[in-house]
Design a protein around this ligand. Structure first.
Ligand code: OOG
Ligand code: NI
Length: 267
């Protein structure tokens, strides 16, 4: 496990950039006049609720560098469960970790996932690089498609594994923008495709959080039998509003998160 939070995020960022070429363009567009470039509100990771690599196993890496568990979220239809974590230093990005509830899925999916997970070396899970170690297995293109038919999330995991699936621009900290509509317009003008599931803007000032996101880049994956481009990772944009006590809301909104997951759907 890492002992330094900045090293952990630097590595997650480099690993994310390697399959998300549009992320650099997002920074150029939104952060170019700022000396500190873009501040990230949060990142997200995905896994399966398998004992060996469940969300608590991923969370342990963040607890080790000063994070605390905060909220939990349920996604019935997508068969997902998630928790979010915050650092004692509020300037560090929040972390959203979800897991697929595999036992709620078909036997076929369970068999595929069990085979993937069996390939993970137990000792790798606590290794420094686990959170940006990608896949520990190789599925064939038909297996990817079979997973996709049942769970886009499971298919994404089979192709990309352990890595940050998105970073999130903290709009509150941007110098050039002070609302999400203008951010979305600038992204549209620059040619980015946004996730429109549930509308371009998820949430509202009433729930203290508004979010939007790009659709994931398409990036080539080497499946066991062929190479194929599939959705990799995306960028999210979030603006937070103050609670009655005057402090910005720091949680997530399940109804919005449900739609953000769809940023890795095929275009
Ligand atoms: C996470 C989706 C939820 C948010 O900010 O609500 C989310 C994912 O796609 O893995 O990021
Ligand atoms: Ni997010």
């Amino acid at each position: 496990m890492h002992t330094n939070v900045n090293t952990l995020f630097d590595n997650l960022w480099q690993n994310y950039l390697a399959v998300t070429p549009s992320a650099v363009k997002v920074h150029e567009l939104l952060g170019s006049t700022q000396k500190d470039d873009v501040i990230n509100d949060h990142i997200a990771l995905r896994t399966f609720n398998h004992e060996k690599i469940g969300l608590e196993k991923l969370a342990a890496h963040f607890l080790a560098v000063g994070y605390k568990e905060c909220g939990e979220y349920h996604f019935e239809a997508k068969k997902l469960y998630a928790k979010h974590y915050e650092h004692t230093d509020p300037k560090q990005p929040k972390v959203f970790i979800s897991e697929l509830l595999v036992e709620k899925c078909s036997t076929e999916l369970q068999n595929i996932v069990n085979e993937m997970v069996a390939n993970i070396d137990e000792s790798a899970v606590t290794g420094d690089n686990f959170l940006y170690s990608g896949t520990h297995w190789q599925v064939d293109a038909d297996t990817y498609k079979a997973l996709l038919a049942e769970s886009e999330y499971a298919a994404w995991m089979s192709a990309w594994g352990y890595r940050a699936n998105h970073f999130t621009v903290n709009i509150n900290e941007l110098a050039k923008f002070d609302n999400i509509e203008d951010v979305n317009q600038a992204l549209k003008d620059a040619g980015f495709a946004l996730n429109t599931s549930g509308g371009k803007i998820k949430g509202s000032p009433a729930v203290l959080l508004e979010q939007s996101s790009t659709l994931a880049d398409d990036f080539e994956v080497e499946f066991s039998d062929t190479k194929m481009s599939v959705p990799s990772c995306f960028y999210e944009f979030a603006i937070r509003y103050a609670k009655p006590d005057g402090e910005l809301y720091t949680g997530f909104v399940a109804a919005s998160a449900d739609k953000i997951f769809e940023s890795t759907n095929a275009r």
